[in-house]
Design a protein around this ligand. Structure first.
Ligand SMILES: [Zn+2]
Length: 270
């Protein structure tokens, strides 16, 4: 599932292509057709990323909502012609640039693609924890929720109502970097440990936005010089590794919040 960095990058990239223009909206597959008709030709004022959610502020007053879930994908095309949709395209957004190029953004396989009254966005935001990628966001609500809970930290930080945007890879990597065992209960944390966790998550997510992918290690640590991309299987400390990058110990796998959590028993001892 895409983590928060992907959603923020999508919002940034798509905003450049779509915001401030009239947008053709359709649903080639049909499941979004009635909603698409209501905004077809409307101006898009803003695309707002929050955790793993995207909100589309249309000048008609309605708000689009997309959650990619496990299988959702966007396909962006910019070129001289409008191409036919490939596969089951739920929502198609099209516009024309100043240089008369056609922009087409096709969304397929999302968990959510809806068009709602603005209060729906407000109620979704009320249920979400703070998003470390938002400028000026504060960790206070995350810290309070964690410290009031008996649940393990590896479960808590995947909970979008605790902190928004963290998925399975950043969970494993942030806990590894700080040497935290994923089953350590929320109640056992001090405030400063959770502030450090927030900063670590924020730094990792920001790097993910600028790299366009998840890399948590440094080039030195994996011995890969500049000019060559770090391969996926080398890009993390613990996630999907057989052995810890730092101590060589065997990485443990346990299921937490329905996903496999990877950790080093030496670096993240209880
Ligand atoms: Zn280790």
């Amino acid at each position: 599932m895409p983590e928060g960095h992907t959603i923020h990058k999508i919002a940034k990239d798509h905003s450049k292509l779509l915001v401030g223009r009239p947008i053709g909206v359709s649903s080639p597959q049909g499941r979004f057709a009635e909603s698409a008709m209501r905004i077809d030709g409307a101006f898009l004022n803003r695309i707002e990323p929050r955790g793993k959610h995207l909100f589309y502020e249309w000048d008609s007053g309605e708000v689009g909502h997309v959650h990619l879930g496990l299988f959702g994908k966007f396909r962006v095309q910019v070129g001289p012609t409008l191409n036919d949709p490939i596969g089951e395209v739920r929502m198609r957004l099209t516009t024309e640039t100043e240089t008369a190029e056609i922009v087409t953004i096709d969304l397929s396989g999302p968990t959510i693609c809806s068009l709602d009254a603005p209060d729906v966005r407000i109620s979704i935001l009320a249920r979400l924890g703070p998003d470390p990628l938002r400028r000026n966001s504060k960790p206070d609500r995350m810290i309070d929720k964690i410290r009031a809970s008996d649940r393990g930290i590896g479960d808590l930080i995947m909970d979008q109502s605790v902190v928004a945007g963290v998925g399975n890879v950043y969970r494993a990597e942030a806990l590894f970097v700080l040497g935290i065992h994923p089953l350590k209960p929320g109640r056992e944390f001090e405030v400063d440990e959770l502030e450090a966790l927030w900063e670590t998550i924020r730094t990792m997510l920001r790097r993910g936005v600028s790299d366009g992918r998840i890399v948590t290690v440094s080039r030195d640590e994996v011995g890969i010089g500049r000019g060559r991309p770090i391969p996926r299987e080398e890009a993390t400390y613990a996630y999907k590794r057989d052995h810890c990058l730092k101590c060589g110990d065997e990485i443990r796998r346990i299921e937490i919040a329905n996903r496999i959590c990877y950790f080093c028993p030496t670096h993240q001892a209880r």
